[in-house]
Design a protein around this ligand. Structure first.
Ligand code: NCD
Length: 339
């Protein structure tokens, strides 16, 4: 059996404290496992680096040779489209060699442990692992078991964190509304099972957002959520009043082990985003979603495709932000920062 239980999918968030494992003694990004525990300066550095990569791309500099000669392995134990492909594009734009490993179809199904798999990939001179896993803490476990010149980026672990998603969301917000202390932001939906929400809450608070609201039925709110520095609303019409940014979340059915909502139809009528509801927010509100969207469950198509939606910009920004995280975390052979 693998040292990380691939079947365990807690419905309650697991509190992990990555501590300083994410930073090297110089305070530079070493692994990117969680937003929690990272200082504002590191988050800002990721956003600034992403901006420089966006500018380079606009100038048609498709390839940057920063990671030439480095090898990055995408280890995806859970399905993904956007996250995996944008990590792959990001690595390729930095001129790294990329290995895409679909674990469900590989040797873990033949009984090989996760550590044996890592040792084999390290023997192929992989310098960075991008890990998506159904268990909270999987990326952290891997980071503790790699040599000093190898770094680990978390591409989503169970219900814990999804730090690059949160950073691409911060980047998208900053493009539209750069003054974070003046912003009122609402996150709507399945907060309980969402690694994206947890990372966003830490990122928005670290970057000093003015007011942060979460809106969900009681059954989709983790216990003690108020302690994360958010205001809780169960009524969406009250919660989205005068907000600058709305982030909608998908109902994470694959992580629900009992009935958390009466029906999708009722959920949509109580929490779904419609044009009528959207009118309660600020006139220039932006509407976001990490994808994949369930049209007619968490939002109407008119909203998803409407003029306030920045959902496809989030996807594009995923490339620049993932380039930034990779470039900043990459190590030299002696374990020192390559950036
Ligand atoms: C998110 C995820 O996988 O956590 N999606 C993503 O990374 N684009 C959110 C989700 O699946 O709802």
């Amino acid at each position: 059996m693998s040292p990380v239980d691939t079947q365990a999918q807690p419905s309650q968030p697991v509190k992990l404290r990555p501590g300083n494992i994410q930073l090297d003694p110089q305070g530079k990004l070493r692994h990117f496992l969680a937003i929690e525990g990272l200082p504002k300066a590191v988050l800002t550095k990721i956003l600034d680096a992403a901006e420089s990569f966006t500018t380079a791309h606009e100038h048609r500099e498709k390839k940057i040779e920063l990671l030439k000669g480095h090898t990055i392995a995408n280890l995806f134990f859970e399905p993904s489209t956007r996250t995996r492909t944008t990590f792959e594009l990001a690595a390729k734009r930095l001129s790294a060699d990329v290995l895409n490993i679909n674990i469900s179809a590989s040797s873990s199904s033949k009984g090989e442990t996760l550590l044996d798999m890592l040792r084999n990939l390290e023997a192929m001179h992989v310098d960075m692992f991008v890990v998506r896993h159904g268990s909270s803490g999987a990326a952290h476990f891997i980071a503790k078991n790699v040599p000093p010149h190898v770094s680990v980026l978390n591409a989503g672990d169970g219900s814990h964190e999804h730090p690059t998603q949160a950073m691409l969301d911060m980047f998208t917000i900053r493009q539209h509304k750069p003054d974070f202390p003046s912003l009122r932001v609402a996150i709507v939906g399945d907060i309980m099972h969402s690694r994206v929400a947890r990372s966003q809450i830490h990122a928005l608070n670290t970057l000093g957002v003015g007011e942060l609201r979460v809106i969900a039925p009681q059954t989709l709110l983790p216990a003690g959520i108020e302690k994360m520095g958010v205001q809780v609303y169960q009524n969406i019409d009250e919660g989205i009043k005068d907000v600058d940014v709305i982030i909608m979340l998908r109902l994470q059915r694959e992580r629900m082990h009992s009935a958390f909502i009466p029906s999708e139809h009722e959920y949509f009528s109580l929490y779904g985003m419609t044009e009528t509801r959207l009118a309660l927010a600020k006139p220039d509100v932006i509407i976001m979603h990490p994808g994949p969207i369930n049209r007619g469950v968490e939002m109407d198509s008119a909203v998803a495709d409407g003029s306030h939606s920045v959902i496809l910009q989030q996807v594009s920004n995923g490339i620049a932000v993932r380039m930034a995280a990779m470039a900043l975390a990459m190590r030299n052979p002696d374990g020192s920062s390559a950036s």
